[in-house]
Ligand binder design. Structure first.
Ligand code: NAD
Length: 432
């Protein structure tokens, strides 16, 4: 197990190592600096906004089913709460480390500000491979982690949500454990099962939100989504819902992948079949649909839109030259490193940044939180209608900002987020 803050060299989902990029949180700080230059942010404010307000690292003892105790490392990083309670998912993955969680927490700050939600940014992670654990072990781990960080969580303090390898069941355990100690608190976590105050629409919100953002991109660029060729890496919560919504709208999903590899069909995959297969727990490689391809081949496919929707750091300076998509939709968090971003920019590949592309997840979480607090339930139509309005309006402001300042969509999205967080910070008197 790596020590707190230590970064290991791991191969990425592209199969390419990323030797020339800094650790994730420093890479995100580069993106922040580039946008801060565009909006001419003072050095003092940059220093205040770059690094997290609080970082908690815990060693979690987990009783395994065979009676042994296994120690795992967990993190909660609270980046900024100038605009509201900290908000961000919890990820279970063997490559989780402090630098990654810091980076993801920072992204949440800019994302919530960009979509104008009354939240700040946070992220959590536990360094485990859930495939190696039983449900009972996962439950004990989740409950113990919740107890260990419970004092910094709460409906008006810090609100977790699902991320890679966590789901509604994990959120239910978090809510139950927290409520046992602090009183019934459904609003302390989002992405819950419907029976516990979850919102109809939340589960699909990130993938559907990606499609709303892509529709807005197409509208602003006078393109039709119908017949467009899309390749998607990752067929979990985000990738699967996105593929399904694109398929229903008449886009041609030419490739999808999961941890087992990918499947491709130049004429378009039958996503209904693949979705059923994955919903029942199958890996794509066993679906009997399309031709088998590797994850690295998927990233280099000829297509209109490439959507990385799995791990971060999959497009780097090493493999970006082989990207043949017209645009990249960053459905995953931090899938494109600064070295990759530079190559894509000089090759004319537009990047729709993560803080905009996948903001449907936290926007849906906001709707769930609001409903929990008001003890009032929305119908799905209202949920999806408000999701579409918020994301399309966020896209429009990013598009306008990028035209006005002659900058990339990433710099525009960060620029808007930074401006809003800086304003709240100044008005609250944090720097006085
Ligand atoms: P998930 O655990 O539901 O699915 C992850 C998918 O990635 C699975 O299909 C898995 O097989 C695949 N995968 C894992 N390792 C891989 C590898 N090495 N190569 C290729 N594929 C691999 O996770 P998710 O919730 O869909 O999250 C995916 C991404 O979207 C993450 O970057 C996450 O931070 C981001 N995101 C998620 C949400 C959300 O609401 N769930 C919101 C915003 C952003």
């Amino acid at each position: 197990m790596a020590r707190c803050g230590e970064r290991r060299h791991v191969s990425t989902a592209s199969g390419h190592p990323s030797p020339i990029d800094p650790p994730a949180h420093e890479a995100i700080n580069r993106y922040i600096d580039a946008a801060a230059d565009v909006i001419d942010l003072s050095a003092e404010m940059r220093a205040a906004l770059r690094d997290p307000a609080r970082e908690v690292s815990v060693q979690i003892p987990v009783r395994m089913d065979n009676g042994s105790i296994h120690m795992v490392r967990g993190y909660r990083v609270q980046h900024n709460d100038s605009r509201g309670p900290y908000k961000g998912g919890i990820r279970y993955h063997p490559t989780v480390d402090l630098s990654e969680v810091r980076a993801l927490a920072s992204l949440m700050t800019w994302k919530t500000a960009l979509v104008d939600l009354p939240f700040g940014g946070a992220k959590g992670g536990v360094e485990i491979d859930p495939r190696d654990m039983t449900q009972y072990e996962l439950e004990r781990l989740t409950r113990r982690f919740t107890l260990m960080i419970g004092s910094i969580l709460g409906p008006f303090q810090d609100i977790p949500a699902p991320d890679m390898n966590t789901n509604a069941q994990v959120m239910a355990w978090i809510m139950d454990e927290y409520s046992d100690r602090y009183g019934y608190s459904p609003a302390m976590v989002t992405g819950k099962p419907l029976a516990l105050g979850g919102a109809p629409g939340r589960e699909a919100a990130t993938g559907l939100g990606c499609v709303y953002v892509l529709e807005a991109f197409c509208e602003h660029n006078h393109l039709s989504l119908i017949g467009k060729r899309v390749a998607i890496q990752g067929f979990g919560n985000v990738g699967r819902h996105m593929a399904w919504e694109l398929f229903k709208r008449g886009a041609k999903v030419v490739a999808v992948s999961d941890v087992s590899g990918g499947v491709a069909d130049d004429g378009g995959l039958d996503i209904a079949v693949l979705k059923d297969h994955a919903d029942s727990g199958g890996l794509l490689i066993d679906a009997g649909v399309g031709d088998h391809i590797s994850n690295a081949e998927l990233l280099a496919m000829q297509c209109d839109f490439l959507a990385p929707a799995a791990l971060g750091e999959v497009i780097t300076g090493s493999n970006a030259p082989s990207v043949r998509a017209r645009a990249i939709l960053e459905a995953a968090n931090y899938p494109v490193t600064p070295s990759g971003d530079e190559v894509l920019g000089s090759n004319g590949v537009t990047v729709i940044p993560d803080v905009l592309a996948n903001a449907g997840g936290v926007t849906g979480s906001y709707f769930e939180w609001t409903q929990n607090i008001q003890q009032f339930t929305w119908k799905l139509d209202r949920f999806n209608g408000e999701l579409s309005d918020r994301l399309k309006s966020a896209y429009a402001s990013v598009h306008l900002f990028s035209e006005q300042h002659g900058c990339s969509l990433r710099q525009a999205a960060y620029g808007i987020g930074l401006h809003r967080v800086a304003e709240a910070t100044r008005i609250r008197g944090y720097l006085s």
